[in-house]
Design a protein around this ligand. Structure first.
Ligand SMILES: Cc1ncc(COP(=O)(O)O)c(C=O)c1O
Length: 373
């Protein structure tokens, strides 16, 4: 089976984990700090807090950035965790339509901000590894005095006009996920980056049960000052993350190579890449758009026939606002024509560093064959 994405583990990754298993620390030892410092350095942020998964990263960041009742502009085109985290904080997601590149439409965000002073934040997802327009983000932050969270779960290594994903150049917090389908993996894992010491300290406290140590010498002396969680990432996982991070740029180079080959192959065909390579995406996903109404096959039939050929296409994403839970909260009828069109026409093709040229050729041939184009 060729999936849409998967991890790339080598012997040095396994050796790094085994070395940690043989050390004194399995969790909250030196590897956690080392990993946090390495991630912060890689993206050019001052601080990084490693956590158990990307969802935990969003949860903690939301508790720090949002207040109960805040309204938050976000995208329907993401994994559930992005807007769920707004709900965790007692705030209210407001779904805004997407632009042509699959990201939240920042022009529409401005229209909402002009109309509604109760909007306190934008949660922007760098969908598929493609960062949102940073100048516009900065302008919106400064003009409307709002908080910005960048969900960079798809985008570690992405660059926009010299601004690296996770640097928080124009935002308050950025989050990453280190799930196996992402660019680098720790099994499960995630991180928040920020340039604010205050935000950093709050995140650290919330990650560890809301506890503050009150004595360096007496291990039992601590105070719980707020309701926190256990969202720790282990030393074992951080050892794997450190080993993977060394190879991240190479992984991205390979993703870019795969994307360029798809771009070239689909040029002038009925298969339209969501956006073509322009030097900034880190290509977590390779999304194409096909107008099924012009073909003799439905999207569902395409997925089934490709699966019969052992190719796992994927659809990122069902609009979050249309999920039953969100409908039960009164969502689902937003005016999002771009998202609707996207949902009907788009799907993701396999892209991951271990995908061989031969496998990619097989995916391309099969796609043309099944679509009969
Ligand atoms: C955009 C986005 N945000 C957040 C998450 C949550 O990350 P995790 O699975 O590590 O909890 C994901 C995971 O797929 C994601 O794609």
């Amino acid at each position: 089976m060729i999936p849409y994405g998967k991890q790339f583990l080598q012997q040095d990754d396994i050796d790094a984990v085994v070395e940690t298993l043989n050390s004194d620390y399995l969790t909250t030892g030196p590897k956690v700090n080392e990993f946090e410092n390495a991630i912060a350095k890689y993206c050019g942020a001052k601080y990084c807090v490693a956590v158990a998964n990307g969802t935990g990263a969003l949860h903690l960041a939301s508790l720090v950035l949002l207040k109960k009742g805040d309204r938050v502009l976000t995208t329907p085109n993401s994994f559930l965790a992005t807007s769920n985290s707004i709900l965790y904080a007692g705030a209210k997601p407001v779904f805004v339509d997407i632009a042509k590149d699959g990201n939240i439409d920042l022009e529409l965000c401005e229209e909402e901000l002009k109309k509604d002073p109760t909007i306190k934040a934008i949660y922007a997802v760098a969908f598929s590894g493609n960062m949102v327009n940073q100048e516009k983000l900065k302008y919106l932050k400064n003009t409307y005095n709002i908080k910005i969270l960048e969900d960079n779960a798809h985008a570690i290594g992405a660059i926009y006009n010299s601004i690296k994903a996770g640097s928080c150049a124009n935002g308050d917090c950025s989050i990453f996920s280190f799930h196996p389908v992402k660019h680098l993996t720790t099994g499960e894992g995630g991180a928040v980056t920020t340039n604010s010491k205050d935000v950093y300290q709050k995140l650290i406290t919330l990650r560890g049960h809301g506890m503050i140590k009150t004595s360096e010498m007496m291990p039992w002396e601590y105070e719980m000052r707020e309701l926190g969680f256990n969202y720790r990432l282990t030393d074992i996982q951080c050892a794997l993350g450190l080993s993977q991070l060394k190879k991240l740029d190479g992984f991205i180079d390979r993703r870019v190579e795969i994307a360029k080959k798809y771009d070239k192959t689909f040029y002038n065909s009925i298969i339209k890449p969501l956006y073509t390579y322009d030097g900034k995406s880190s290509y977590h996903l390779y999304v194409v758009q096909v107008n099924f109404s012009k073909l003799n096959i439905s999207k569902e039939e395409l997925f089934i026939e490709m699966r019969e050929k052992n190719i796992g296409l994927q659809l990122h994403y069902i609009p979050i606002n249309k999920q039953p839970y969100y409908k039960s909260l009164g969502y689902g009828d937003e005016n999002t024509p771009m998202m609707d069109k996207y949902y009907n026409e788009c799907f993701s093709l396999p892209i991951f560093p271990k995908l061989s040229d031969k496998e990619q050729d097989y995916v391309i041939e099969s796609l043309f064959e099944v679509l009969s184009v």
